[in-house]
Design a protein around this ligand. Sequence first.
Ligand SMILES: [Zn+2]
Length: 319
Amino acid sequence: MRQCVNIYWNRGIYVEGRRARFVVDPVGPVEGPVDFVLVTHGHSDHVSRYMFKHLVVATAETFKAIEVKFGGVPPRRLVTAPGRVFEVGGVEVAVFDAGHIVGSVMYLVELDGVQILITGDYSVYGSILTDGAEPVEKPDILITEATYGDPAYVFPNKADVYNELLDLVERHAGERGVAIAAYPLGKAQEVSALLGSRAKAHPLVARYNRALGIRSGTDGDVVVVPSLKAAPPGFVKVEATGWYSDEEYRRRSAERGIYGVPLSDHSDYVGLIEFVNASAPKLVYTVYGFSERLARSLRRLGHRAYTIPGAAGLSRFLK
Ligand SMILES: [Zn+2]
């Protein structure tokens, strides 16, 4: 018998088959009945209060991040971890490290005989806190993020980026103090772990650090802040984000007195392409960021790749 699943995007990735219907990382009201919700990680564009009404599957670290963010956790939870395989609502689920932030995972699900890998955000390079994401071979469908899915975004080696950040701190900490802006969940833990006792944490960063078991220092002249707006007056401003791999963007920020450091917890364009090539899926859907651009590049390489369809354009995968 031919098997069929439907996959579409409506402020979350919906997957529906004969045996089950579920949504991954919903950020809007959950549409229709779902058997469960899968959450890949705790970033704001992947979690919402809407999921609290449902059975939520996530890692312990992601639930901790949800608790810091929302002041509570969904009452019905299934706590998982990389390496686990389990069944929920008639669906077999295997969990893999996504290498993006602490506790981030990818899910390989099997629904009605169709294997679907849902990456969430991922980094093939990993970090001081995470191992890089490994390709999962030959799923029927790969749903990949495309945040940096444009050829303009090729990251420097991570060790070089870490050294650049450490050099900036060494050069400027003694004179004026250094404020390093890093997204409070994920990047801020990476920067805090890199600088160790050398850097103290802004209160919001400190809450995430504490919840995730990352130590911060107490020195006054280096501080990890959630955004440059929170930098203490007079401190040298450093901002850590992958967008600084664009030299023009970096130059414009330098003109405003900001040191841009191209530190990313995603895969760059090259990493995304390599991950898809090594996975060799039958069908690829791209989602988030440069999804159209990445899908086009993948088609040129011979993949059957498209931007994930919206609710209006239900996509059917037949096996
Ligand atoms: Zn993310």
